[in-house]
Design a protein around this ligand. Structure first.
Ligand SMILES: Nc1ncnc2c1ncn2[C@@H]1O[C@H](COP(=O)(O)OP(=O)(O)OP(=O)(O)O)[C@@H](O)[C@H]1O
Ligand SMILES: [Mg+2]
Length: 227
């Protein structure tokens, strides 16, 4: 994971750094020709440099957060309760975006062993992604469904949206770092989620819904036998 991330970040940072260099050279050339009315052009160049620089620092910041993450702190948790906590955190944002969130829980309790903060992070990213995906969905259909279930071996959380969906060719790479389609996204949310779920000995997958939109589901070992 870390090797792959390092390769990706090097690739990702190269672009803004090259752009910054080109812009700096252009500004230097213009300053040599001081007789031309260059102030406006230089101002534009500086804005470009600032934006590219910001992009590079954001990537570095997110990578630091990811790589510096503390060790997993495993505790006995109820996954249903954890879903409730994240729904509370996201409820205001959902109202702001006109998204209805529906939670369906089939089992009374969903006992797992996990790191509360890390798992909250996973769910938060799935919910925010689902809401992002529905930005252009008519408000009457802007609904996010969060369904929890269990069998003897596993507990599962599925987050389904009615958004734009995932094109078939993007599906196999959707958990890769920096696989973003958003102008303000870094494309790290899902790669971090996958890392966290696999560190919990679970699995996470993405699917397209038959009637449009996407479903992300993750499973974790069912710890009912240990309780
Ligand atoms: N529910 C969804 N429906 C459609 N596409 C999705 C959905 N969730 C993720 N994607 C696609 O996968 C990409 C990667 O998602 P990911 O969460 O890793 O990064 P991001 O949301 O772009 O940025 P961030 O690092 O802020 O999370 C998104 O840019 C989007 O194209
Ligand atoms: Mg995201």
């Amino acid at each position: 994971m870390v090797g792959q991330l390092t390769a990706m970040i090097t690739h990702e940072l190269n672009q803004p750094l090259t752009a910054t260099l080109c812009n700096t050279r252009a500004a230097e050339l213009m300053l040599q020709n001081a007789s031309r009315p260059v102030i406006d052009e230089i101002r534009e160049i500086l804005a470009d440099i600032r934006r590219d620089n910001q992009r590079a620092s954001e990537s570095i910041h997110r990578m630091r957060m990811l790589l510096r993450q503390r060790q997993l702190e495993l505790n006995s948790l109820d996954l249903g309760e954890l879903v409730g906590e994240v729904l509370q955190i996201t409820s205001k944002e959902a109202v702001r975006r006109g998204v209805r969130i529906k939670a369906e829980q089939t089992a009374k309790s969903l006992p797992i062993r996990g790191d509360r903060v890390h798992l909250q992070q996973v769910l938060l990213n799935l919910i925010l992604n689902g809401m992002d995906a529905m930005a252009n969905t008519p408000e009457s259909k802007r609904c996010l469904l969060i369904r929890t279930s269990e069998n003897d071996q596993e507990v599962e959380v599925a987050v389904s949206d009615a958004g734009q969906g995932i094109p078939l060719e993007r599906l196999p790479r959707i958990f890769d770092p920096f696989a973003t389609t958003k102008s303000d996204g870094l494309g790290l949310g899902l790669s971090i989620a996958k890392w966290i779920i696999e560190a919990h000995h679970g699995r996470i997958i993405a699917e397209s819904n038959v009637n449009g939109g996407a479903t992300f589901r993750f499973t974790l070992p069912n710890c009912a036998v240990l309780v």
